[in-house]
Design a protein around this ligand. Structure first.
Ligand SMILES: Cc1cc2nc3c(=O)[nH]c(=O)nc-3n(C[C@H](O)[C@H](O)[C@H](O)COP(=O)(O)OP(=O)(O)OC[C@H]3O[C@@H](n4cnc5c(N)ncnc54)[C@H](O)[C@@H]3O)c2cc1C
Length: 693
């Protein structure tokens, strides 16, 4: 086992070196020595709460086998590589400069020494690429993001927005890191509203070049990952301008396109003429990634550097595209970038697993108070603690299956180019990215709090996890904006349904549940409160879908009413919170459906029962949290609401009894967990030794 816990930036600080040595010596310690015995004795005394039920290890192993994705081997290779390289493991404290340098070394080593070729993976089997990205994020979230910038964003723009000539020229250099690059979309004045970007790319027919220009300070490219230090190229999103081709001989604005712009000399790393780069500086988190700001002063690039899959300019300056309008080209361009969101949803789910694992293991170990004259009890035996952590553990499982489904859909989309699948992936990736990252962000704070004071020690990870993860809610699409895309799609489908159209495959449930909704809740089933009924997946799924259908139906009516007086934009804004609730509700029902399917296909009976328990908790906890909505429309009568509450608490207790197995089944190595209080064994001993005893 190689833990990476330690402090200092490795820059000659003696105290830091001593602490690291002590950590290492812990792993080498002879258990028969008196010092070792004392440490173990302390841990054993307090570790009663972690004692497994008979067969617990087998249950965890069987569950881990079921959870294991197709590409677990690729992840294990990443973990094993970093385990052999303590010099590449991220310490607890370090300066921004040292972290950036380390993060780049980690990425270079992964690619050049461990032989991982992420762009090839992405092109051949995106599922393996996402698995590797998740594993890299387990080593250091900054590394996962830096890898994502290089491959999902910069590499992805070449593969998805360029054509053969671009792939031929850039693929290998990106894959082997000879060409580190950036994805320069956001500007100082515009992030979410990409269509309003102001950077220009004006075609010069005389020299057959585009001139990239930053027309004002608001158009400075901002937050660009890899730009402050390591990027040699940037994919720059700019308005394509054709001189003299607009009305009355004005320039024609063809909308946002992507251009490859070299920004640093390949040999000397000097910033190229006409380009200014400044550092966005120290951030709240993710300081291993060098974010920079770029200003262009009439920088000339060859016409070939236009990524021309969706629109091209000929030598004589004529624009051609297979897509008829600026809006369609814009949608196609952004649609090709969904891979980034898939990666963020997947990584966020993984960060949630790490946080929950640390919090659950510690809650099992930690003992406070107890009945009079009896031993103290584990804090996870308090109902309040179960209430905090068990639904979160259940959600980690729910998100696990939902993100695997998203990755499968993404792979299908890449293979088939089917338009319906593309539309599904767009909505699913937006919704799951928004829902999972928001949930994880809140949960990390709750995990920290549930670990009491020791949760506040940096070595126990919650600070870094929370800070590094926080921006997942914003980049690759702000969550509030993404949820509106989900709501917009549902409304579009709803309107089409009423015009006699069909719903896309994934949302077929709306057609059925809409009928149920329109016929009002059944007053008899609204009173059913038996455990069998409440734990019936049909009841649970119907409840989720009923809520979505109801929200959809009512928001459609409200939008219609308000648009008469407020216009489309005003009506949308008047109903915005309602629309966001609709989107979340829909995504929750997709998550539950995927969880239920996973339970059904689990081949081993005992494992299936375990998963069913977790799935029931996920479903009933969600219904209980939104019980007001269900009560308001009499979907559940008061007696049923009470029964749901009672059962959700009881299931939390049941899940607590197998909590250790459930977190062990995530199969996260110590290299990923790192927090001493989250270790599978000797947690207190590791912690005291870290501090210097
Ligand atoms: C660490 C980091 C790394 C990044 N890396 C890159 C990169 O490599 N390349 C790149 O191009 N960009 C990058 N970004 C930029 C990132 O993608 C943007 O910050 C993001 O798209 C959000 O845009 P914004 O910051 O302009 O927020 P805004 O759009 O200004 O949002 C501000 C607030 O307004 C709300 N809001 C905005 N529009 C609406 C609406 N229609 N309805 C309701 N509420 C709304 C949002 O919810 C948010 O709370 C990075 C950012 C950070 C911080």
């Amino acid at each position: 086992m190689a833990t990476t816990s330690g402090s200092g930036d490795g820059g000659g600080d003696q105290a830091t070196a001593m602490r690291r040595l002590r950590m290492l010596s812990l792993h080498l310690q002879d258990p028969s020595s008196s010092e070792g015995k004392e440490a173990l004795a302390l841990a054993a005394c307090a570790a009663g709460g972690r004692r497994r039920a008979t067969g617990g290890a087998d249950a965890a192993a069987a569950l881990a086998a079921f959870l294991r994705g197709r590409h677990r081997d690729a992840q294990v290779r990443v973990f094993e590589y970093f385990q052999t390289r303590p010099d590449l493991q991220t310490p607890v404290e370090m300066s921004t400069a040292a972290h950036r340098e380390l993060c780049f070394r980690q990425l270079c080593a992964l690619v050049r020494e461990a032989g991982v070729r992420p762009l090839s993976l992405m092109a051949n089997d995106p599922a393996e690429y996402f698995a590797v990205m998740e594993a890299a994020g387990g080593v250091d979230i900054s590394l996962g993001v830096k890898l994502g910038v290089q491959y999902s964003l910069w590499g992805g723009s070449i593969i998805n927005l360029g054509t053969k000539k671009h792939r031929d020229k850039f693929f290998d250099g990106i894959d082997n890191l000879d060409y580190p690059g950036c994805f320069a979309m956001t500007e100082l004045h515009h992030g979410s509203n990409v269509q309003a970007l102001q950077t220009t790319a004006t075609f010069d027919p005389v020299t057959d070049e585009f001139i990239i220009n930053t027309p004002n300070d608001g158009a400075i490219k901002w937050w660009i990952g890899n730009a402050a230090l390591h990027g040699k190229f940037a994919t720059v999103f700019a308005r394509l301008i054709l001189p003299l081709q607009g009305k009355g001989g004005d320039p024609a604005d063809m909308g946002i396109h992507a251009f490859i712009v070299p920004i640093r000399d390949l040999d000397t790393n000097a910033v190229l003429p006409g380009i200014e780069i400044n550092d966005c500086g120290h951030k709240i988190g993710l300081n291993g990634v060098d974010n920079g700001a770029l200003r262009f002063h009439s920088v000339r690039i060859p016409r070939d550097n236009l990524l021309n899959r969706f629109g091209d300019v000929s030598r004589d300056g004529k624009y051609t595209s297979s897509l008829p309008t600026i809006n369609k080209r814009f949608a196609a361009t952004l649609g090709e970038l969904v891979g980034g969101r898939v990666g963020i949803a997947y990584s966020s789910m993984s960060i949630l697993k790490v946080s929950v694992t640390i919090a659950v293991r510690y809650a099992l170990l930690r003992q406070q108070f107890g009945p009079p004259k009896k031993p103290e009890i584990s804090v996870l035996d308090y109902q309040s603690h179960q209430h905090k952590l068990m639904p979160m553990l259940a959600s980690s499982y729910a998100f696990h299956f939902a993100t695997l489904y998203l990755v499968d859909k993404y792979c299908e989309m890449k293979k088939t180019n089917d338009e319906d699948v593309m539309a599904d992936v767009h909505v699913l990736s937006s919704g799951l990215k928004a829902y999972i990252t928001s949930y994880t962000a809140k949960s990390i704070s709750l995990c920290r709090e549930s670990c009491g004071g020791h949760g506040y020690a940096a070595v126990n990870r919650f600070g870094a996890l929370r800070n590094d993860h926080d921006i997942f809610q914003t980049f690759e699409g702000d969550n509030t904006v993404l949820l509106q895309q989900v709501a917009g799609d549902l409304l579009k489908q709803y309107q089409e349904k009423f015009k006699g159209g069909t719903l896309s495959v994934t949302w077929n449930y709306l057609r059925d549940s809409m009928g149920t909704y329109l016929s009002q809740p059944n007053p008899v089933t609204a009173r059913w409160e038996g455990e069998d009924h409440l734990r019936d997946p049909n009841f649970q799924l119907d409840a989720f879908r009923y809520r979505t259908s109801r929200l959809l139906h009512s928001v459609a009516a409200r939008l219609q009413k308000h648009s008469k007086t407020l216009g489309g934009f005003g009506a949308w804004n008047r109903c915005l919170n309602h629309l966001l609730t609709l989107a979340e509700s829909h995504i929750e029902s997709v998550i539950l459906a995927k969880f239920i399917e996973a339970v059904k296909r689990c081949p081993d009976e005992k494992t299936r029962e375990l998963l069913k328990l977790v799935c029931d908790l996920y479903a009933l906890d969600r219904i209980w949290k939104d019980i007001g909505t269900y009560r308001n429309v009499d979907y559940v009568a008061p007696n049923k609401a009470k029964a749901i509450h009672k059962l959700a608490d009881y299931l939390s207790y049941q899940v607590r009894l197998v909590a250790q197995e459930l977190v062990d089944a995530f199969d996260l190595p110590d290299l990923v967990i790192r927090a001493p209080i989250g270790m599978q064994s000797e947690a207190y001993a590791q912690y005291t030794q870290y501090v210097g005893f």
